[in-house]
Design a protein around this ligand. Structure first.
Ligand SMILES: [Zn+2]
Length: 176
């Protein structure tokens, strides 16, 4: 691997639990990866090699679908893109205006100081749609799981999500 900036030869290093890679490409600030190869150059250039992105995004989607707290705007956007739905269509499905969806996804602040969020029903529908795209467990299981999460108390804290791909494994897994 050569640096695209200065053409120096680059040596890669796998990211660790102690120093995971922040998966900025996902649009989620709280998702970190263990076991990806990171190439850093003296000139400041940084390259990352993320294998099996599709499977990784599926594991992330699953973690978001199962989270107890309401989805953040960035998480809504991630799940919408994961389901491959344009914003305009997605807003229609949720029964909200495209403007409102955009305010939610972009974390716009209301006059009250609170950020725009989806209502509880739209939040759950987003998860069901994303789940359908992932073709995981039966939809009934997901709905029952969502019923359970609404009994639990939301913490409203942004929890870091950590995912790991071990060298001998071909699959991404949650590292929590
Ligand atoms: Zn360089």
């Amino acid at each position: 691997m050569r640096c695209p900036g200065c053409d120096r030869g680059l040596k890669g290093q796998k990211t660790t639990l102690e120093q995971p890679y922040q998966y900025v490409e996902s649009g989620l600030a709280h998702v970190f990866l263990v076991g990806v190869t990171l190439y850093t150059c003296q000139c400041g250039e940084e390259l990352v090699e993320i294998p099996k992105v599709e499977q990784l995004d599926g594991v992330i989607a699953k973690a978001l679908i199962q989270k107890i707290d309401p989805l953040s705007g960035a998480e809504v956007r991630f799940l919408r893109k994961y389901a491959e739905l344009p914003a305009k269509d997605f807003a229609k499905i949720l029964g909200i205006s495209p403007e409102h969806l955009s305010r939610v996804e972009n974390k716009k602040v209301q006059r009250t100081g609170a950020t725009y969020v989806l209502g509880a029903a739209a939040d759950k529908l987003t998860r069901v749609i994303a789940h359908k795209a992932s073709q995981g467990e039966s939809i009934k299981e997901v709905l029952l799981m969502l019923a359970k999460t609404s009994e639990k108390k939301a913490s409203r804290k942004t929890v870091r999500l950590l995912f790991e791909k071990r060298p001998r494994s071909s699959q991404w897994k949650s590292a929590e």
